[in-house]
Write a protein that binds this ligand. Structure first.
Ligand code: G1P
Ligand code: ZN
Length: 539
């Protein structure tokens, strides 16, 4: 039944910030998935005795790609696959299934927060036995392999039925189809005070969770409505659809418009939240109030003692360099470890494995803890619900009190999308070359204290990673520039702005960042080089 098929390499199968992400049309090319998967299997080497976890966010091509992966894993000699029913599994649930079953790794079929469907994106994220995505050293090897792959192995069998739970044997390999929600829910019940949150809803508290027609609908319905007693209908857009019903499943102020409009209307619920396509991102809202992900990480860290699983103490906290410094002040106050890593969740994995950190987060709506090795959207929502249940305070009150205690980091990210790749690369290279001239200069009233590339030296595996450029000002303000590594066409320049104030707590972030924005545009010559005077997306 095992066939060896000749193939020719593609040159564009390099993984980005989180796995391989391409236009669906690109992935539809003959042998595109096969080449990529065979390259991974070749780098792993002997698959004998190995177990992998497979699932996806249900987007277009999930069903086709998963069958290819099953047939190829079997042909390459894997012992077992643990597959989510009907091919579904969220990224955090997948990480948990890997860890719980001591699997050798896993594949989540998702392009995360990128739109899906035939004209959208498709992707494959590959995790190892840590439950987190592979380090760049491994993805570099896989990329080299994709440039040389000449054949792939596949079992010539009918598609496998993934609708029935239980174990079956396919081409000499075991397939266990599991309910992807069950283990995840049990884990959440062990972390949070479900009884307290239930009481909150019994007392009339209301919430709206927007699953954005993506993978978290069934998880959210089970947890928020069935187990915690949120009124039926609290979870909206809860049926995963191949094209996400046309939504762009990125939980932010721009793309989660339906939820934002509702939460800023007079019908708003007490609490609003959304997750992205594969369930690892989250957005937190109160009535007429938005919590930035950077603040959310700081508030979560400050309140660890309210949550059953963390009340005995946490190791430390980490953030991506681009994330605001709000959490740094919390770490200092609590006397816990604090780390800054490059953008991408995989950089947190070593810190969690070595018990240096418990919590971590990114400005890009990612928050999580060492319960798994991926960010976790529903975990963050439950964390907030648990804080609310324990304190009796609203989202806005919790956040404002946090600012009163620590001061406020005004923070906004500006994305310049669809920039020519060569233009973007040159912009970054030229900017980096000019940065050493900046310290000491005063621009728009702000004095530059320090400027350079962000370089991370991993304390565990001693690898060194350069990611982005940072300009720091004497008053604590910062500009961070990076190129996105998750897009599927052209380049996106991300510009992250931060300004800290201990006393001005109620200003408009864009107003507070007016001068810093001008500096950021001028120093990098963004209008001159890209023709853009404004960002395409502001979050
Ligand atoms: C983006 C985010 C980053 C996140 C990644 C995967 O990557 O900025 O924080 O880890 O998506 O969700 P980027 O496109 O910036 O490389
Ligand atoms: Zn995601």
């Amino acid at each position: 039944m095992i066939k060896t098929v000749a193939t020719t390499p593609y040159t564009d199968q390099k993984m980005g910030t989180a796995g391989l992400r391409r236009k669906s049309q690109t992935v539809l090319q003959p042998n595109y998935v096969e080449n990529f998967m065979q390259s991974i299997f070749n780098v792993i080497g002997d698959l004998k005795g190995k177990t992998f976890v497979v699932g996806g966010d249900g987007r277009f091509y999930n069903d086709t790609a998963i069958q290819k992966i099953i047939k190829m894993a079997a042909a390459n000699g894997a012992a077992k696959l643990i597959v989510g029913q009907n091919g579904f599994m969220s990224t955090p649930a997948g990480s948990n299934v890997i860890l719980k079953n001591k699997a050798d790794g896993g594949f989540i079929l998702s392009a995360s927060h990128n739109p899906g469907g035939k004209s959208g994106d498709f992707g494959i994220k590959y995790s190892n036995a840590s439950g987190g995505q592979i380090p760049s050293s491994v993805s570099d090897k896989i990329y080299q392999e994709t440039l040389n792959v000449k054949e792939y192995k596949i079992c010539d069998i009918e598609d496998v039925d993934l609708s029935r739970l239980g174990t079956q044997e396919v081409c000499g390999m075991q397939i266990e189809v599991i309910d992807p929600v069950k283990d995840y829910v049990e884990m959440m019940q062990q972390i949070f005070d479900f009884a307290a949150i239930r009481r909150l809803f019994e007392n009339g508290f209301t919430m709206r969770f927007d699953a954005m027609n993506a993978v978290t609908g069934p998880y959210a319905r089970k947890i928020f409505e069935e187990l915690l007693g949120a009124p039926e209908g609290s979870v909206v857009n809860d049926t995963p659809l191949p094209d996400f019903g046309g939504l762009h499943p990125d939980p932010n102020m721009v793309y989660a418009k339906e939820l934002v409009d509702f939460m800023f209307s007079d019908k708003a619920a007490d609490f609003g939240a959304a997750n992205d396509g594969d369930g690892d991102r989250n957005m937190i809202l109160g009535p007429g109030f938005f919590v930035t992900p950077s603040d959310s990480l700081a508030i979560i860290t400050d309140n660890f003692n309210l949550i059953p699983a963390y009340k005995n103490g946490i190791y430390g906290v980490a953030k991506s360099a681009a994330t605001s410094t709000a959490v740094a002040r919390v770490a200092q106050t609590h006397g816990i470890g604090y780390y800054e890593v490059p953008t991408g969740w995989k950089y947190f994995v070593n810190l969690m494995d070595s018990k240096r950190i418990t919590f971590c987060g990114e400005e890009s709506f990612g928050t999580g803890s060492s319960h798994i090795r991926e960010k976790d959207g529903i975990w963050a929502v439950l964390f907030w619900l648990n804080i609310i249940a324990a304190t009796g305070k609203s989202v806005e009150q919790i956040t404002r009190e946090h600012w009163q205690k620590y001061g406020r980091s005004y923070y906004v990210r500006f994305d310049f999308e669809g920039v020519d790749t060569a233009v973007a690369d040159k912009l970054m290279a030229d900017l980096e070359a000019r940065l050493p001239e900046l310290p000491g200069q005063t621009l728009e009233g702000f004095t530059v204290s320090d400027a350079g590339a962000f370089v991370y030296n991993d304390p565990v595996d001693h690898s060194s990673t350069k990611n982005g450029l940072i300009i720091r000002f004497a008053d604590g303000s910062r500009i961070v520039y990076r190129l996105s590594g998750t897009g599927s066409s052209g380049a996106t320049i991300r510009v992250y702005l931060e300004r800290y104030s201990k006393t001005d707590l109620n200003d408009d972030p864009l107003k507070m960042l007016t001068e810093i924005f001008k500096i950021a545009m001028a120093v990098a010559e963004i209008p001159e080089r890209t023709g853009k005077h404004q960002a395409d997306v502001v979050t």
